[in-house]
Structures are given as structure tokens and as C-alpha cells.
Design a protein around this ligand. Sequence first.
Ligand code: PBG
Length: 324
Amino acid sequence: MELPYRPRRLRRREPLRRLVRETCLHPDDFIYPLFVAPGKKVKDPIASMPGIYRWSVDLVSGEVEAAYNAGVPAILLFGLPEQKDELGSEASKRTGAVQRAIKQIKKAVPEMLIITDVCLCGYTSHGHCGLVREGEVDNDATLELLAQVALSHAEAGADLVAPSDMMDGRVLAIREALDERGFEMTAVMSYAVKYASAFYGPFREAAESAPQFGDRRSYQMDPANIREAFREAALDIEEGADIIMVKPALPYLDVISQLRGEIDQPLAAYQVSGEYSMIKAAATNGWLDESTAMLESLLCIKRAGADMILTYFAKEVASLLRSA
Ligand code: PBG
């Protein structure tokens, strides 16, 4: 055969493959989500997420330090309350698990960047991300509560706050509240493009945050829509979001890729609990090789256009990349 081009020429040897590689993973790409719970000496395994735990404030720093030593630059904190109520009041409590964890981590691992999830679903008795009135989540009444949550995190020392509730106008409400109180340098990472996804299943076990009635489709996005993603991102940017997030990641690579071309802000993608658990479950059964499947899924999310990836694999992948 006389072929002028033989793409296999550049695939023959590893050094050559390395030279022509277009995308690389680095520990700096990752943000490690962690669950903090009330109590002491708690390291509570989450059955549907092998390798992930709920940590009490006294133990969480150890895990943060391990992630930091593996090269992970940032964490995302989720809190569990002592008690849930209709308003999710504990979410903004100064002595809540997240607020205490922030202080503790800042002391123990000062170089670690702390991002906090701002939402109410783990704290409300009904499990919705906002205030419920007459069976519906009341958008505008929720904004003040979210702003209070964000403020309590900023006061405790969070570097970034990440609202995940999907209420309209919450980025602006949070930005204004932060600015008013002198936290104009606290950045907002917005879950701007968050779909109503079945892949959050394991997380809801971890955070005990499943809605007690109905679902989240009146505030999270319809998986069928992509034009709406541009609108959501544009609105959050206008409201002052510093970083835009797409969530979930792997089933939404088209959204990540097209959004990358539309906006100048840094773009984050969240490889959610269900994406993590699928790989873990298949690996446990011997159906997939865990490390290769993990690396491939993360590489593809980056190739699609994500500047950073939130993933439960963060610690694992960073150590793997370091030792490679
Ligand atoms: C809270 C929140 C959720 C996730 C992040 N923040 C759950 C939800 O919206 O039901 C999902 C994270 C994951 O699945 O890993 N609103």
C-alpha cells in the first residue's frame, strides 16, 4: 500500500505518543469533595461510594492533609446538620460542622484552598434546596437564606463559595451579601449549569439530602437542553460568578465543550457521585480496570474543555499522577 499518511506512525512508541498528546491531567486540575458531619471521631463509610466517608471536624483535617500531600490544591466541603428543620437553619449556624471544619482545616493545612457548597437540601426536613411554601420551592424567599449560608462560610474563612441550589438570582444575592460585609474578595463558583440528574443518587445517601416529596425538576435543568445552558451561564456571569460549573460531567461533554467556546470565565466540571460509583462498582466486579477507567473519564472531561474537575477520585488520581 502506498499511503501518504499513516496515523499509526505517531502512535508507535510511548515517547512519540507523549510528544503529540494534546491533553494531560495534572494534580492541579482537581478539587476534592468532602462530607463533614457533627460528632467526634466519626469516619463513617458511605455504602454507595466506596472509599468516601463522612468525617467529623476533628478527623477531616487528616484527610485534607493526605489530599494536599498528593498534590490536590482544593477541596469542596459539604455539611451534615445535627438537626434538620423546615428552613434548614443549621446551614448558616456559626458552630455548624462546615463552619468549624473550615477553621480547623485552615489551621491544619493553611495552603489548601477551601470551597464550600452553599445549599439547603442537606439541612431541610423536606430535602429541597430552598424554602417550601404551599408545596413549591419559593425562589425569592430562599435567596436571603442562601446569602446567610454563604456569609457564614466566608466569615469562617472559606476562599470560595459554591451555590448549588439553582434558584434564580442567587449569585447576585450572595455577591451583594458578601460585598456588604467586606468579603468582596471571596469568589463565587457557581453551579450554573446543573441538570436534574439521576447520577446524584449516591450523593443523596451521603448527604442524607433526598427530597421527601417530588423531585428537583422545578429548579434543576432538563437534561434535554443545551441552549438553556448558555442562558444560565450568561445570567450567572452577569450576576458576578467568577467560575462557571457544569454538572454532571461525563454525560454532558457536549455542554462543557460548547460552553468553553462561549465564555471566558474558568470552567469547572463536576464528575458526580453516580459517575464515581459506576466506575467503582464495575471495578469491584472485575468488569473494568479502575485506574484506567478513572484516568480516561477524567482526561475526556478535560479534553472537552474543563479547566478544573471536581471528583471523588481527586486524592487517588493525584497520587497516581505523582507516582507515574
Ligand atoms: C446539593 C448538591 C447535590 C450535589 C452537589 N450539591 C445534590 C443534589 O442536587 O441533589 C450532587 C453531587 C454529587 O452527586 O456528587 N444541592
